[in-house]
Design a protein around this ligand. Structure first.
Ligand code: GUN
Ligand code: ZN
Length: 435
């Protein structure tokens, strides 16, 4: 571990919830913070930090905003190499692009290469925690956790389970899904900064027997997260109705098999009926908004304002590679645009909160990550608010912090991420492999 160090810049932390309080007043700005042994140990003025840690070196980040690294609450690292694949909607996109690519993860060397590439690309984009699906191959989970462990990174991941409606070579069965998931969970969950998520892909690719088996596993390990997809496209919902004729709705296909709970993460959740909305809120489950995916695959417009005002826990995510970007900045921009199409302009503080605190809350990790606070883990980014000429000329006109930040949210990419610290370690991530 490195010696303590002081980061000086515009230290931005959330003191309130910008969906509940005046959004602009939900943050505070400080001058500096101290990092020691992978944690933030003090935040305040530079002179306070010097007094708190007299031997610490000082890194001056000037006008850059120092804030918590982004938390991507739903991604598929195995889809890295097929991001931006043209012309399909959910089911034929899965069949045409996704399943053939996921087949390649039977090769552990390929899985390791893509896991490294994915973690480099996302870190370069300012993402310090991801919650990712893997493939049905246990080796794909091993590869991802091993790469994250080597980086000291906090990630959540799980073996994607499918025992029907997927090609041969991408199907397990109820028993092997249970056995493999359990073995991976026992090996990785709680080790270093790694957490296991029980991962049925979605109801159409699991038999009721497999859903039962994974529901039983979750009941035996209720502290694990469980991630799946819910009500993404209307064709998908119609298919679920055919496959589960006795279920009242899509959510009930999970609920009836023990797969609805407060540690559940339900990706997309666009076309929900009132019962589904009520049940998700009653159990305290998290719904994950995947805006670049929802526009790219043509899925629909998530009801952010309605779900937040009903009291749902909402996280934000890329859904790489159905999502068309690795960047949470791009996800915030798409969330803003979808909000506009639904009549609500999300405040920049709300967008940043969703990409950090909101996603961390959905992963039940808000005490460790997602905000700069004393005692939190030191996953930090330095945001350059003038990273391109187009952004710089706009932010130069800004009259307050939010007007200075919003152009980077809307137009920024990995050039806006001037520096990333993961677990207190500075990194430089090119996104290109060094093998
Ligand atoms: N539904 C089931 N699997 C997937 C997937 O890989 N991506 C998206 N966007 N939706 C899904
Ligand atoms: Zn997904």
């Amino acid at each position: 571990m490195t010696a303590p160090f002081i980061l000086k810049g515009k230290v931005l932390s959330f003191t309130g919830n910008p969906f509940q309080d005046d959004p602009g007043a939900a943050v505070r700005l400080d001058e500096a913070l101290v990092v020691d042994q992978g944690r933030i140990v003090a935040i305040g003025t530079l002179s306070e930090m010097r007094a708190a840690s007299p031997s610490a070196g000082i890194e001056d980040h000037g006008d850059h905003v120092l804030m918590a690294g982004f938390v991507d609450a739903h991604a598929h690292y195995p889809q890295t190499a097929i991001i931006a694949s043209w012309g399909k909607r959910l089911i034929d996109w899965l069949d045409s692009y996704t399943f053939p690519e996921e087949m390649r993860f039977a090769d552990p060397a390929y899985a390791a290469r893509i896991a490294a590439r994915y973690l480099d690309l996302t870190a370069a984009a300012g993402t310090t925690t991801v919650c990712s699906y893997c493939t049905i191959h246990p080796a794909s989970v091993e590869a991802f956790f091993a790469q994250a462990k080597a980086r000291g990174q906090r990630v959540v991941a799980g073996k994607t389970c499918m025992d029907r409606n997927a090609p041969k070579g991408l199907r397990d069965n109820a028993q092997s899904a249970y056995d493999d998931s359990l073995a991976l969970l026992e090996r990785w969950h709680g080790r270093d900064r790694l957490s296991y998520a029980i991962t049925p892909r979605f109801s159409p690719t699991s038999t009721p027997q497999q859903l039962d088996a994974l529901g039983a596993l979750w009941a035996e390990h209720p502290d694990c997260l469980m991630q799946t997809h819910l009500s993404e496209q209307t064709d998908e919902i119609a298919w679920v109705k055919e496959l589960f004729p006795n279920a009242r709705d899509y959510l009930e296909t999970y609920e009836a098999h023990g797969l609805l709970g407060e540690n559940g993460l339900y990706g997309h959740a666009i076309h929900l009926n009132p019962r589904e909305r009520d049940r998700l809120r009653e159990v305290g489950a998290a719904v994950i908004h995947c805006p670049t995916s929802n526009t790219f695959i043509g899925s629909g417009l998530f009801d952010m304002a309605g779900l937040i005002s009903q009291g749902h826990r909402v996280g934000l995510a890329t859904d790489t590679g159905g999502g068309s970007s690795f960047s949470m900045l791009r996800s915030m921009a798409a969330a803003y645009e979808i909000g506009q199409l639904r009549g609500t302009a999300l405040h920049p503080a709300q967008l940043l909160w969703l990409a950090t605190v909101g996603s961390a809350r959905s992963l039940r990790m808000q005490d460790q990550i997602g905000n700069l606070a004393v005692g939190a883990e030191a996953d930090i980014i330095a945001l350059d608010l003038a990273s391109t000429p187009a952004i710089a000329q706009r932010s130069a006109e800004a009259e307050d912090l939010w007007e200075a930040i919003f152009p980077t949210i809307m137009m920024g990419d990995d050039r806006a991420i001037a520096q990333v610290w993961i677990n207190g370690q500075p990194g430089s991530f090119s996104g290109t492999e060094n093998d």
